[in-house]
Write a protein that binds this ligand. Structure first.
Ligand code: NAP
Ligand code: MG
Length: 498
């Protein structure tokens, strides 16, 4: 197994291009071993204020740098991430626990995002459009907002940060970023890369600390024009209320209760592969993880049999061991939460057919390991079928028809990702139209988003914004409509031409 170490023993905030030591600290724990790997500052509102002041000053100048020149920094960021991909991936596994192959994939997502958003430096398209008046010119352009606040979760500690910071920076904003306290090492690495790439001081600032202290100070700071948040629904709802009161722009990406639909004509082997990957990859801790399989009753028994068979091949352990398929979950609190759903499901009448326990013997004793778990005969209105568990726990829900499958998929409060396995082209198109989620897969599991498409969900998953894709620019820019009258006289719209 690779020997991985952080290059410092204490992480520091990064404010105005300086590494600033914190007063109080807490340990970052490797979820695979329970060992402390580095200390992270627990900062206060004062650090947020310092970061906003630095960002505000830097943004004035940064906004005047031509966008193609701003993009040059992102090209260099992409190159540096590519050079250091393996090292960053190992550090990601160290702090987050996900298996190394998936960590490499996550770093690659950041590299892709760097080049894609660098390309936006030569686009950032607005529109020109005719004016209704003679000798008048009309257009719309994107303007930066100023200082943007980014709050990110632990489950994709580098990818989500790139989805947010890269579009923000290429469009001329400065950033104050609060990473999740569980996974601060990715912020340390990404900031070092920004520094080497020549990003001017103050354009990105990192303040470590708890959500209730640092996150809340960002939400309330009147120097921050937009909050871009990814995390849980409870926190997102709370932030939305506070931003609403201040008329502050807010973009929220939150939880999911994603389903794979397996129809009676599906390729069952392919469906099993897709389900295993999206349910147990990242130990079920992806916002797009599959936690429900909605299966046609005619193939339910066969699918269940094959799933149980294949689940036996899921090796569990430290993600740095490349033979491991399922790593630990993030922390003890998560482990307890996942475990609590086992009794909840059993008490509601769901049938446990695999897993269902915390693993705390032998090599698993110090890490946060939970057995890959399968419930069957689950009813759509049981809590296990409605609430986000965020662990390696899957429920099989039998249905009688295509129409019922769509209805069950759409019956949850979330709307992030969905998938259908079928060979019937008519069902494919009807499903694309009727599945009420922001992401739909056909003949693939519920995970695997590509960075040049919009990422986000309907209903309780978000508030209508999207991360990644060209759509991300809408979060970090304001549309400005510009009219140029070259007639030399006063022309009144809607009046002089009617
Ligand atoms: P979380 O507990 O909501 O935390 C997310 C971030 O918000 C962390 O940085 C956290 O800081 C901070 N925070 C906590 N309380 C806050 C407050 N009162 N004000 C401001 N910030 C606050 O979520 P998580 O447990 O890290 O992540 C898992 C959740 O994220 C799941 O629900 C998952 O579905 C969702 N997720 C969604 C997407 C998507 O794009 N839809 C992607 C990935 C994950 P501290 O933790 O440091 O205190
Ligand atoms: Mg949390």
């Amino acid at each position: 197994m690779a020997e991985v170490k952080v290059d410092v023993s204490k992480l520091k905030n990064y404010i105005n291009g300086e590494w600033v030591e914190g007063d109080k600290h807490t340990d970052v724990i490797n979820p695979a071993t329970g060992e402390a790997v580095v200390e992270v500052p627990l900062s206060s509102a004062k650090s947020v204020d310092d970061a906003v002041k630095a960002a505000k000053a830097a943004q004035k100048e940064w906004a005047l740098v031509p966008a193609p020149e701003r993009a040059e920094v992102l090209y260099r960021v992409g190159d540096l991430m590519k050079e250091r991909k393996e090292e960053i991936a190992q550090l990601l596994t160290l702090e987050n626990g996900k298996v190394i192959e998936e960590a490499r994939g996550e770093v690659q997502e950041g590299i892709d995002m760097a080049y894609y958003m660098a390309g936006e430096g030569r686009r950032l398209f607005g529109q020109t459009t005719p004016s209704e008046l003679r000798n008048k010119f009309a257009m719309s352009v994107r303007s930066p907002l100023g200082v943007v606040g980014i709050i990110t979760p632990w489950n994709f500690p580098i990818a989500i940060a790139t989805w947010k910071s890269f579009p923000a920076i290429v469009s001329g904003n400065a950033v104050v970023w609060k990473p999740a306290t569980e996974t601060p090492i990715m912020a340390h690495e990404l900031v070092k890369i920004f520094e080497s790439a020549g990003l001017p001081k103050g354009v990105i600032n990192v303040v470590y600390g708890s959500g209730s202290e640092v996150g809340d100070a960002m939400v309330h700071h009147d120097g921050i024009r937009v909050i871009s948040f990814t995390g849980s629904n409870d926190v997102g709802r709370d932030i939305a209320g506070k931003c609403g009161q201040q008329l502050k722009k807010v973009s929220l990406e939150m939880g999911g209760k994603n389903a794979v639909i397996v129809m009676d004509d599906a390729d069952l082997n392919l469906a099993v592969e897709g389900i295993l990957w999206s349910a147990f990859g990242t130990s079920g801790q992806r916002c797009t993880a599959c936690s429900r399989v909605i299966v046609h009753e005619d193939v339910k028994e066969e699918l269940e049999k094959r799933l149980l068979e294949e689940m036996k091949s899921l090796t569990i352990g430290n993600g740095l061991d490349s033979s491991v398929k399922v790593g630990p979950v993030i922390n003890k609190g998560s482990l307890e939460k996942i475990n609590s759903y086992i009794d909840i499901a059993k008490n509601e009448g769901a049938k446990l057919v695999a897993g269902g326990s915390i693993m705390n013997e032998g090599e698993y004793a110090n890490g946060n390991y939970f057995e890959p778990t399968l419930f069957t005969d689950v009813k759509p209105d049981m809590r296990i079928a409605l609430e986000e568990v965020f662990g390696p726990v899957l429920s099989l829900i039998p249905v009688k028809s295509f129409e019922e499958a769509i209805e069950v998929n759409n019956s949850v409060t979330y709307g992030l990702s969905s998938s259908i396995f079928t060979k019937d082209v008519n069902r494919v198109f009807a499903a694309q139209r009727d599945l009420d989620t922001g992401i739909v897969y056909v003949n693939a599991g519920t995970t695997g988003a590509e960075i040049h498409l919009p990422f986000g969900g309907t209903k309780g998953t978000g508030n209508g914004h999207r991360d990644s894709g060209v759509q991300a620019l809408d979060v970090f820019t304001e549309w400005k409509a510009i009219y140029v009258d070259y007639s030399g006289k006063l022309q009144r719209a809607q009046i002089d031409n009617n």
